[in-house]
Design a protein around this ligand. Structure first.
Ligand SMILES: [Zn+2]
Length: 467
């Protein structure tokens, strides 16, 4: 498989460190608020990557952190404490906020058919490990104490800006956002490994350490959680493109300083989801969540489909018209699949199966081109081959695409489910008719009509239909 590597700025053949296996690390959510659908685009595309690697026969292990401590509002260690901010907003403790939004995150993921990673580690459960690695970095001369905090010394590295797109000027971003400059740093790019001098009076979570009572910086958690669970060599590190700098740059700095060798071979970055007014963010007011999609009547899986229609390395514009177009094309696929699911006649046509499967794997082998993979799905539906072959292919494709294609096609065939309330009324009406109370039977029929259903007596029994 060819995969674009942000480190080398080109597509490369994916060769895992250990043949037959693939280790993936994913930066997890900071659990102080709901994830917006822009964040979830990243997790959807990472999920497709993981599922496709499994599809190709690799034994994949994927690890994710949950940031429940240490992440300030600027990714460069300035601003407010995100968790504390969430707790204040909702008058809860930091741990209550963390639990609530961790659950909310996984509930959203489930609705979007995003598999839970094999290992999920809340940062607060790894404090001892962070302290151990920070101590090792101190011992090796890569970290220093200043003003009560422990900093990573970026001047000790041969090259710090590993993702060539970023330069020292980018560090001015923090200044532009109006956040304070940290005068304790020896070099502009240095970052915090451990805070002891918290500027937040009400800091709830603090731990004793050889460097003083305090809490870890955000960047160290991913390095430690990855190395502890996936070893010294990581195959693929995933995340949103905005994490490349400074977060991933810092992860590489500290991990390689600690290990003394290269750490992660492939960096997979998913680009932004934009609205017509710019990049989607929590602070901008346009706060689109999975719950909001559901409230508006969208099946969350359709949002997943919408994401798959575009390449992960392109910014994607979200608006309701675009989503509605995705609904129309998704429903078309379901309708066409529904016509095939009950036809079991004949055998799989091996030649056609292989040809159509190759379209699909060629698309995904080419830097996870999901939009061409959807085209490959259309090719299956359009092809002249029999239903058995088509359904076999659709089932296989959906192991990667995760669009509930067969399930929703079967549902479409069964018709929409009739609400319990209507079924109860139909039963009552049946009894009324049995007792020859036709006035009551008519009253009940009116109620059923008001609920949007029609009930008729047929030779086969009572028939209920949506009006
Ligand atoms: Zn991370």
């Amino acid at each position: 498989m060819q995969l674009y590597n942000s480190l080398s700025h080109k597509k490369e053949e994916f060769i895992p460190h250990e043949a037959g296996k693939a280790s993936i690390y994913t930066c997890g959510p900071t659990v102080y608020h709901y994830a917006h659908i822009g964040n979830l685009r990243t997790y959807i595309m990472e999920d497709v990557l993981e599922k496709y690697l499994r599809f190709t026969g690799l034994d994949v292990t994927r690890v994710m952190n949950i940031t429940d401590v240490g992440h300030l509002t600027s990714d460069g260690d300035t601003g407010d404490d995100k968790m504390l901010k969430g707790a204040k907003r909702e008058h809860k403790t930091v741990m209550e906020i963390a639990q609530f939004y961790t659950d909310a995150f996984f509930s959203d993921c489930k609705k979007l058919n995003i598999k839970t990673p094999d290992v999920v580690v809340p940062a607060t459960s790894y404090i001892d490990e962070f302290i151990r690695v920070i101590q090792a970095l101190m011992d090796k001369g890569y970290a220093y104490e200043s003003g009560g905090n422990i900093y990573f010394d970026t001047s000790k590295l041969e090259k710090y800006y590993v993702f060539n797109d970023f330069k020292e000027e980018d560090l001015a971003v923090g200044v532009r956002e109006g956040v304070e400059e940290d005068s304790n740093k020896r070099n502009k790019a240095d970052f915090v490994l451990w805070f002891t001098k918290s500027k937040f009076d009400s800091q709830e979570l603090k731990w004793d350490s050889p460097f003083g009572t305090g809490y870890p910086g955000w960047h160290i958690e991913c390095s430690c959680i990855s190395m502890k669970n996936l070893g010294e060599y990581l195959d693929i590190h995933c995340g949103g493109i905005d994490n490349a700098f400074p977060h991933h740059t810092n992860e590489i700095a500290q991990s390689e300083a600690y290990l003394g060798h290269e750490w992660c071979s492939y960096w997979f970055h998913v680009h932004h989801l934009n609205t017509n007014s710019g990049k989607m963010s929590k602070s901008k007011g346009e706060f689109l969540t999975v719950s909001l999609l559901e409230e508006k009547g969208y099946n969350p899986v359709v949002y997943r489909y919408f994401c798959l229609l575009s390449h992960y390395r392109k910014s994607l514009v979200f608006d309701w018209d675009n989503l509605n177009n995705a609904v129309i094309s998704y429903n078309k696929i379901i309708e066409k699949t529904a016509l095939l699911v009950n036809d079991n006649s004949g055998d799989i046509d091996g030649t056609e199966y292989d040809r159509l499967m190759k379209n699909f794997t060629d698309a995904l082998d080419n830097d996870l081109n999901t939009s061409l993979a959807i085209t490959a799905l259309y090719d299956v539906l359009k092809s002249e081959t029999n239903s058995v072959t088509k359904i076999a292919l659709i089932k296989e494709f959906d192991k990667v695409l995760g669009l509930d294609l067969i399930e929703n096609a079967m549902k479409a065939n069964q018709g929409e489910e009739i609400p319990e309330e209507v079924l109860e009324l139909v039963e009552e009406r049946k009894n009324a008719r049995k007792e020859k109370n036709f006035t009551l039977a008519d009253e009940i029929r009116n109620k059923i009509t008001a609920l949007g259903y029609e009930v008729r007596e047929t030779r086969q029994g009572v028939e209920i239909r949506k009006i």
